[in-house]
Write a protein that binds this ligand. Structure first.
Ligand code: SAM
Ligand code: SF4
Length: 344
């Protein structure tokens, strides 16, 4: 219950049944993407009909309701957030909460494909740091992994983000037999470029066609032990409010994060909930239970109270943790929806 006491009642915090203050909202602004990463999507995906999506104005109203109730950090994700039409309108609009001090951070997770177009605007609207997903520095492997991605475009996007002054963290999903031979190269490159780096364990979410995650899955405990043979790692207390545990690499001076939902239960300190582009709130990435916020949002356009009540009720149902398992007996994904629905 310590977390509960640490947050002032004035901020009207959303406290879940396990005493965790919910201060971080991730919003998947679209389920669509210009890539088809092999661990994330099947090549042929059926996306939501555009008519089912919340408008940007509705997303703004929903995000603002969470900010009003104590959320301090907003992350836009997807699908690819920067392919949503007019997304910069939403980012500019939400940036008002940074100006008032209601929000500590507005950020996004992106595949980098559109950054060359948008990096300057993001910086102008108060975005300070972004996560860019990049699993390999080998252009051929990049095409194999993303199926539709253009490596050079991502490199141009990263350069634009850097020159706009955005701090960059590279997210790499650890994939057995795919990019586990590139770890040193990624660490050294991030060191040279001035980027932090986070490794992520592959999670069993959504059907991805022929491949199975049993083949892709590489526990980060194994990866870390391997890295430690060549690099000097020191554990850090540092946290960005997300689930990663960080170390400092003495040789590069940069941080490496490990997101280990599979090998280490990261639910204990969970401060997050996830909103989809149709207004469904998932209280846990690894559970099916969800709350529909679209109905109260639309039922009372001029009165936020039903929406606020629906949010509070949903947080009151936040489960203790996920039940992800990857093993050979269980061939089905632990949750049916793809990561692109809730945005990771
Ligand atoms: N399109 C953006 C991107 O790729 O950064 C944002 C959405 S993407 C779903 C968010 C993050 O989830 C990416 O870093 C991606 O690598 C990761 N991801 C996708 N599917 C995953 C899975 N099954 N297991 C673990 N991470 C996954
Ligand atoms: Fe798209 Fe991101 Fe999923 Fe790759 S990981 S397919 S870029 S949503």
């Amino acid at each position: 219950m310590g977390g509960m006491l640490a947050v002032s009642a004035q901020e009207a915090p959303l406290i879940d049944p396990f005493g965790r203050a919910i201060t971080y909202l991730r919003v998947s602004v679209t389920d669509r993407c210009d890539f088809r990463c092999v661990y994330c999507m099947a090549e042929n995906m059926t996306f939501l009909p555009k008519a089912e999506l919340l408008t940007l104005e509705e997303l703004d109203r929903l995000c603002s309701a969470f900010v009003r109730q104590g959320v301090r950090k907003l992350r836009l994700t997807g699908g690819e957030p920067l392919v949503r039409r007019n997304i910069m309108w939403l980012i500019e609009s939400l940036s008002r909460h940074l100006k008032t001090g209601a929000l500590d951070e507005l950020t996004l997770t992106t595949n980098g494909s559109q950054l060359a177009r948008f990096a300057d605007k993001l910086a102008e609207y108060g975005v300070k740091r972004i996560n860019v997903s990049l699993d390999t520095l080998d252009p051929d492997k990049f095409v194999e992994l993303t199926r539709w991605g253009k490596f050079d475009k991502v490199m141009d996007g990263l350069a634009a983000a850097k020159s706009a002054g955005l701090a960059i963290k590279i997210n790499a999903v650890a994939l057995r037999g795919v990019n586990d031979d590139e770890t040193d190269r990624l660490i050294a490159w991030c060191g040279r470029e001035g980027y932090d780096l986070t490794f992520i364990e592959v999670m069993p979410m959504g059907d991805i066609g022929g491949e199975t995650r049993v083949d892709q899955y590489l526990p980060l405990s194994v990866l870390r032990a391997d890295i430690e043979k060549r690099w000097t790692l020191t554990d850090l207390d540092y946290s960005t409010g997300g689930p990663a545990r960080y170390v400092r690499v003495a040789e590069t001076g940069r941080r490496i994060g490990f997101i280990t939902p599979m090998t280490h239960n990261f639910c204990e300190s969970c401060n997050r909930v996830r909103l989809t582009c149709t207004g469904t709130l998932y209280m846990c990435l690894g559970q099916e239970d969800a709350a529909d916020l679209r109905a109260p949002l639309r039922a009372s356009p001029d009165d936020d109270r039903p929406l606020d009540a629906a949010i509070a009720e949903a947080i009151g149902r936040k489960p203790k943790g996920h039940d992800f398992v990857i093993d050979r007996r269980r061939r089905q994904p632990a949750v049916g929806r793809h990561m692109s629905v809730t945005g990771g």
